[in-house]
Design a protein around this ligand. Structure first.
Ligand code: RIB
Ligand code: CA
Length: 327
């Protein structure tokens, strides 16, 4: 059983990931920590609560996290991708169908709760981060020994050989807080990065969402509605392979890796994230066998970033898992 804390900026594809985490029998979702990113922090936190309510998981605690990056100014929220409400501009319409919102957010901050949980259950908890990495970095700043106390870390973010989605070289979660991303990448903990090299290959088609609409109860219905705006955005880009409308299933792919790691292939090495300038947010993987002259590259621990994926198997896993929702 994977006991996870899911650090998230809901977000349309974050909602898909939360659904997967709740439904998969080998995942125990201990709680959500929220972060700015796809929308401002109050919106992403409210979205987390709404999603848990839709999914009848009101007992899962929610901890509000950082409202801005560690050092840079916050980029404007990408309302052209996720809508002004972060959920495809259908939240108000869907909320009118919901009973009273029962989930509530807790007093501790996201970073404080991550630290407390890791201290309570050393080496048992997996951190899965699918938004900007500020909360994880703040947790490390609070407790520099945190890396020795978590089981593993899985991050959706970054890009290795493929193109960026915010700049030629940068992916959104990494560029949103490059200092935090670099802190996370230079810790001595088992870190697996699921970036755009693979997530842009995992095309969630309109017909698969239609199937979920009928097979996954009100969760499928909710994801179908929220995903329409996201499908429009990705269709306008024409970057995904399918001939029908489809969107990149970024965030749920990190959880697919957690339960089915054999579906992914990786490159390993020491890594850094560029913190400023035109290459801000770029992820760079060094060769561990090289003893680089530049001191910042010495003694960086190893991590792995996904380079290939069996995308059809990941999508099948997603559909099969979500079909376990019976309400
Ligand atoms: O680049 C993809 C990531 O950025 C995903 O986490 C998505 O939710 C967006 O915020
Ligand atoms: Ca996200």
């Amino acid at each position: 059983m994977h006991k996870i804390i899911l650090d998230t900026d809901p977000g349309i594809d974050d909602a898909q990931a939360i659904a997967f985490a709740l439904a998969h029998p080998e995942i125990e979702l201990l709680g959500l920590t929220t972060i700015f990113g796809n929308a401002e922090i109050d919106i992403t936190t409210n979205n987390a609560l709404t999603i848990l309510n839709v999914m009848r998981a009101e007992l899962v605690p929610v901890f509000k996290g950082a409202d801005k990056p560690l050092q840079i100014d916050r980029f404007p929220a990408p309302d052209f991708v996720h809508g002004a409400d972060g959920l495809g501009n259908v939240k108000d319409q869907l909320l009118s169908d919901l009973s009273e919102v029962k989930a509530h957010s807790s007093q501790s901050t996201a970073a404080e709760w991550i630290v407390a949980m890791a201290n309570e259950s050393p080496k048992e908890i997996t951190l899965v981060a699918i938004g900007p990495l500020t909360n994880l970095a703040e947790a490390i700043l609070l407790d520099p020994d945190l890396p020795s106390k978590v089981k593993q870390v899985v991050v959706m973010g970054g890009v290795h050989k493929a193109k960026g989605n915010v700049s030629p070289v940068a992916e959104a979660n990494f560029i949103n807080d490059p200092h935090a991303a670099d802190i996370v990448c230079r810790q001595n903990w088992p870190l697996s990065i699921i970036g755009l090299d693979v997530t842009m290959e995992i095309a969630l088609t309109e017909s698969r969402l239609e199937e979920l609409r009928t097979s996954a109860g009100r969760v499928g219905e909710f994801l179908w509605h929220t995903s329409q705006y996201y499908l429009d955005f990705y269709s306008s880009l024409e970057v995904l392979a399918p001939t029908e409308r489809a969107c990149a299933m970024h965030d749920a792919s990190a959880l697919a890796y957690l339960v089915r790691p054999e579906l992914f292939q990786f490159s390993k090495g020491s890594a850094c994230v560029i913190e400023s300038g035109p290459a801000m947010g770029q992820f760079i993987l060094g060769d561990q066998s090289d003893n680089y002259f530049l001191s910042t590259w010495r003694n960086r621990p190893s991590c792995q970033i996904a380079t290939q994926v069996d995308s059809e198997a990941v999508l099948e896993l997603f559909s099969k898992t979500l079909s376990l929702f019976s309400y």
